[in-house]
Design a protein around this ligand. Structure first.
Ligand SMILES: [Zn+2]
Ligand SMILES: [Zn+2]
Length: 282
C-alpha cells in the first residue's frame, strides 16, 4: 500500500447535496485522510442547475471557489470540492452527457489536483396539461430514484418545486402547479442535484476514485502528490496490419508542483483494435 501524504490529515469538503458519503468512501480508505463535511453554506449561491443562479466561469473555477469556501469555513489548509456539468457527448453530440470533476486544493504544498469522470446521463423535459404524459415521462427518467423539478406554465416560470421524489409528491405538485398556471400546463425536468440523481452520484464516485489515484501518484523529482497524465499521444499499431491508429500509444505525466514531465509507453495494450485502424476500417 502506498503511503499517502494525506494520512491522518483533515480535508474540508463543502457540500449540501449529500455527496459527502460517496466522496469520503472513495478517498478515506485510499488516502487515510479524514473528509470533514462542511455545511451551513448554500452552495447554490455559487451557481445552480435550476437556472435561478447562473454559474460564472469554467467548471473548474466553480469547483475551486467551493473548495476555498469550505477551507475558509472549516479553517483548514486543504480542501475538496466537486462540480458537475451537462452537455452532449463528445463523440456524436447526440447523447446527454454529464462530466464531474473533483478538485483537491492543498495550500500547505501549494498544489491543486483534479480528478474527473464522465458518462451518459438522463435528460429531457415536458410541458403538458396531461397527467398520463407526466407519468410516462418520469418513468423514462427512472423516477422516483431520479427526482424531478416541476414548474407551472412554462420552462421559464420562476416558481418551481425541486426534489420531487415520490409519486405522492409528484401528484400533489401536478395538481397545485396546474392550478397556478393560466394555460393549465406544467413543465417537468430531471432534478440534477447530486442527491436527486443516481447517475450523477455514480460519476461523482468515479471522479473521487480518479482523484485518489492521482494523489497517490508522486513526482519522481520532488515527491509531490498529483503526478499524473496530462496528455495522451495516439499511434498504437493495429493488431492486423501494424498501421499507427488513433488509439493512444504513450502518455505524458506532469507534476502539479515542479512541472517535471515524463513520457511513458502504454503497458496495458500492445496493439490496437482494427476497428480504430485507418487502413482496416477507413
Ligand atoms: Zn515534482
Ligand atoms: Zn489495420
Amino acid at each position: 500500500m502506498n503511503q499517502s501524504k494525506y494520512r491522518g490529515q483533515k480535508i474540508a469538503f463543502l457540500t449540501q447535496h449529500g455527496k459527502q458519503e460517496v466522496v469520503a468512501a472513495a478517498l478515506e480508505p485510499v488516502l487515510g485522510c479524514e473528509v470533514i463535511h462542511v455545511s451551513g453554506y448554500d452552495t447554490d449561491l455559487l451557481g445552480s442547475f435550476t437556472r435561478d443562479v447562473p454559474r460564472s466561469g469554467t467548471q473548474l473555477d466553480a469547483a475551486r471557489r467551493k473548495a476555498r469556501k469550505g477551507m475558509e469555513l472549516a479553517g483548514l489548509k486543504i480542501g475538496l470540492a466537486s462540480e458537475g456539468s451537462f452537455s452532449t457527448d463528445p463523440y456524436t453530440g447526440m447523447m446527454p452527457w454529464n462530466r464531474e470533476i473533483m478538485v483537491l486544493i492543498d495550500d500547505e504544498l501549494g498544489i491543486e489536483v483534479v480528478g474527473m469522470a464522465q458518462g451518459s446521463t438522463i435528460a429531457g423535459q415536458i410541458l403538458t396539461a396531461n397527467w398520463d404524459d407526466v407519468e410516462q415521462f418520469v418513468r423514462k427518467l427512472g423516477f422516483p430514484q431520479q427526482q424531478v423539478v416541476m414548474r407551472p406554465q412554462s420552462e421559464k416560470d420562476p416558481r418551481f418545486i425541486k426534489g420531487i421524489g415520490s409519486w405522492e409528491k409528484l401528484g400533489d405538485a401536478f395538481t397545485n402547479l396546474q392550478m397556478e398556471a393560466d394555460n393549465r400546463k406544467v413543465f417537468v425536468e430531471p432534478d440534477l442535484r447530486a442527491f436527486a440523481s443516481p447517475t450523477r452520484m455514480s460519476h461523482i464516485a468515479h471522479a473521487s476514485e480518479d482523484l485518489a489515484q492521482r494523489i497517490l501518484s508522486c513526482c519522481p523529482q520532488c515527491a509531490a502528490p498529483g503526478f499524473s497524465v496530462v496528455q495522451r499521444q495516439p499511434g498504437l499499431p493495429c493488431e492486423l496490419c501494424g498501421t499507427p491508429t488513433t488509439t493512444y500509444l504513450s502518455e505524458t505525466l506532469r507534476c502539479v508542483l515542479c512541472k517535471h514531465e515524463e513520457m511513458r509507453q502504454r503497458q496495458d495494450l500492445q496493439y490496437a483494435d482494427p476497428r480504430h485502424c485507418p487502413q482496416c476500417n477507413p
